[in-house]
Ligand binder design. Structure first.
Ligand code: MG
Length: 277
């Protein structure tokens, strides 16, 4: 099986004070946390940026500051910007793509989140996908519900997206798909039918993080971890850092006969340039 690409989702959108003081908020905290996670085995970082009051923002300057800083500290890590809905509305969600990160998230449909609607209308999906293509940014297709997988396949067929795609299956968000292994197995089987060249990663939210990591390792997928998805290590204590969560997955890789992908290996698996622009 392929080496496992460990994605670290460092920050998300939850306020630190109500959750975990280890969540990095400022750009310099984010760079430091990413650097530690990189040294623990992360090859890809998924990034949201925050305002000083901890709320998420789509401010392109903050994304640019992160990108510039991280390139100085860990030059070859794969940088993926979030175009998610918690950091802006409509076109502004793609305003940072001009800074040409290696990748950006692209959710190919709408669904409910725990207390909100995650709105991704067709025109916005199209606009974000076109902007990613314009700036040479590889999308990571975020699949929170099954229709999003079929939508991605349709976009690939019509040429809005170009393959091979990298697809993330997200499990365990209330009102979307539950964290069940049979659901992940079904998704992976359909992915293999629809786009046999695609690569995949799965994310389990909250207490499901580690079991989804284990399923992914066993099934040949890649793993996502980090404080965005899991502010608590388990029910009893807080994770000390993103690096601690990455280290936990790196340790698990050996149990499943997988090696941890270096950034160079991850770039090759994902079809990215061997060095960032
Ligand atoms: Mg995110």
């Amino acid at each position: 099986m392929q080496p496992c690409i460990i994605t670290v989702a460092i920050t998300g959108s939850l306020p630190r004070k109500e959750n975990n003081p280890a969540v990095p908020i400022t750009v310099s905290e984010q760079i430091e946390s990413t650097h530690e996670a990189y040294e623990a085995g992360a090859a890809l970082v998924h990034v949201h940026v925050r305002n000083d009051d901890q709320s998420t923002t789509s401010d392109p300057d903050r994304f640019a500051a992160f990108l510039e800083g991280i390139r100085r500290h860990c030059a070859d890590i794969i940088v993926q910007f979030s175009t998610g809905g918690r950091s802006g509305a409509g076109s502004e969600r793609g305003g940072m793509l001009k800074h040409r990160p290696d990748m950006a998230s692209l959710t190919t449909g709408s669904c409910n989140f725990p207390t909100s609607i995650y709105e991704n209308p067709p025109a916005l999906i199209r606009e974000l996908a076109e902007t990613m293509a314009e700036f040479g940014v590889k999308p990571e297709i975020e699949v929170f519900d099954l229709a999003m997988l079929y939508n991605a396949a349709a976009y690939l067929d019509e040429g809005l997206l170009s393959g091979p795609l990298h697809v993330q299956f997200v499990l365990g968000i209330r009102h979307a798909l539950p964290a069940r292994r049979d659901i992940l197995e079904f998704e992976v089987a359909k992915l293999a039918e629809l786009m046999p060249e695609a690569t995949w990663v799965a994310a389990g939210v909250g207490r499901h993080q580690i079991e989804v990591n284990r399923w992914s390792l066993e099934m040949g997928g890649h793993c996502r971890t980090g404080l965005e998805d899991n502010v608590r290590w388990d029910k009893s204590r807080l994770a000390a850092s993103n690096a601690e969560l990455v280290g936990r997955v790196a340790d698990l890789c050996g149990e499943y006969g997988r090696s941890v992908a270096s950034p160079a290996e991850a770039r090759e698996i994902l079809g990215l340039e061997s060095q960032p622009a």
